[in-house]
Design a protein around this ligand. Sequence first.
Ligand code: SF4
Length: 196
Amino acid sequence: MELEQVRDNLRARGFRAEIFPDGKAASDYLNAAIDGTTVGFGGSVTLKELGLDKSLSTHNDLHWHWVGDSTERDRAMNTEVYLSSVNAMTEGGELLNIDGTGNRVASTLYGHKRVYFVVGQNKIAPDYEQALWRARNIAAPKNAQRLGMKTPCAARAERCYDCNSPERICRGLVVLWEPMFGTETEVLLVREDLGL
Ligand code: SF4
């Protein structure tokens, strides 16, 4: 499906949605839209790859536990703006995220005036079943490997074993069908592969 149709499907659900040719264009857009305010980040390789922590922190009060200590996780939950990516999304516009601690998915549901999702084209799957498969068998094992977890998926990051490991990172799944009441939610679709 063309990205234009995915964008239109997101808009039909009530999300704001735009398409960007590459991550640089998406970063420029965010730096113009988010200025002089408080910003929280969820754990996201996409945001890191784009250097958004560095660029946004030059003109915003930014909180991210990846660049500060773990107390930044709580501070990030009390910001006006929140940024994340997704583990997968459907062409129809459903957004899927699996989380271990829960701060990231909680913030995409409540507590911020604006939430932005930055989504590389590699995250888009044709339907819900395939998006869920992607989140569980591609994104989660790669994240477990990145975090050095003692889970069966971490060695080769080739699939999920639905483990019962104490270090299992997959503890909750959130699917956004539409923006939550009271939260302006925008999805930035990027025509390049980003994140895990
Ligand atoms: S459930 Fe366990 S095996 Fe599956 S991706 Fe998560 S941590 Fe890895």
